[in-house]
Design a protein around this ligand. Structure first.
Ligand code: SAM
Length: 243
């Protein structure tokens, strides 16, 4: 059983559009999905479970619906291609996207911090294999509001992540507050990813009000809307310091 086959065309289109937007010449699907992800048995088992008819998020991941496999694959490629090794994730729930992020960042020798509001340890990260739970790669903070946590000026880590990955509360107010904190990043290059970027028309409102911009940085972005997937894929914003 390889459930990824069923959505292969969709994933290939999303990944190809990301390549086009960021001018990536390499075939990310072949290099990172075929050659790496498809050979990772535990990731394939997880995909097969997520895509199966038996999976019901209201039962299996009660804190919130999991990311799509499309978004998980796109993020995996992005992390591996750009060698991103410091990742911040908001909104863990059962941890579907968490597992892909951890697999990719660990291959890069990096670390991930995950911020989750719930303290229910029967539910938080229940899809995440035990090997990650006491691994130095993963720093899970539960019972925290992502925005409050990121606002802490004394935590230098908050400003040096290479990828900020939003999948917490999908209201305009909360997403905008996270974006404001993410944009305080001091790296020459960093990425921001928004799952459910069309909630409360977040993506279009940001474009209209030029909220993605950051002084001194070139900004490139793609969401499903700028791609052939028309909103189906999450939104990615790439920041490059003007040197
Ligand atoms: C859509 S689910 C995350 C799905 C997860 N990324 C996955 O792929 O399985 C949203 C999660 O965000 C958490 N959440 C909601 N508000 C939050 C906040 N203010 N700060 C941090 N996490 C929050 C919820 O408790 C829930 O677990």
């Amino acid at each position: 059983m390889n459930k990824l086959k069923e959505i292969e065309e969709l994933c290939k289109i999303g990944i190809a559009d990301v390549q086009l937007c960021f001018n990536i010449k390499e075939d990310l699907w072949d290099k990172y999905i075929e050659q790496e992800l498809c050979k990772n048995e535990s990731l394939m088992d997880l995909i097969n479970f997520r895509q199966s008819v038996n999976f019901d998020w209201k039962v299996d991941t009660k804190l919130g619906g999991p990311a799509t496999t499309l978004n998980a694959c796109v993020l995996y490629c992005l992390i591996r291609y750009y060698d991103l090794f410091m990742i911040c994730e908001t909104g863990v729930a059962g941890g579907y996207s968490t597992v892909f992020l951890l697999e990719a960042v660990s291959r890069n020798g990096g670390i991930m911090r995950s911020l989750e509001l719930s303290n229910d340890m029967n539910e938080v990260a229940k899809l995440v294999p035990e090997k990650w739970k006491d691994s130095p790669t993963w720093h899970l903070k539960t019972g925290v509001d992502s925005v409050e946590f990121l606002r802490n000026e004394n935590d230098d880590y908050n400003r040096i992540f290479h990828l900020y990955c939003h999948d917490s509360l999908h209201t305009f107010k909360h997403m905008f507050s996270e974006l404001t904190e993410f944009k305080k990043c001091k790296n020459d290059r960093f990425f921001v990813f928004f799952d459910d970027q069309n909630s409360e028309n977040f993506w279009d409102r940001c474009l209209q009000m030029k909220l993605f911009e950051k002084k001194g940085y070139n900004v490139k972005y793609i969401s499903g809307k700028e791609s052939r997937l028309n909103g189906h894929m999450g939104g990615i914003i790439k920041y490059d310091k003007v040197l």
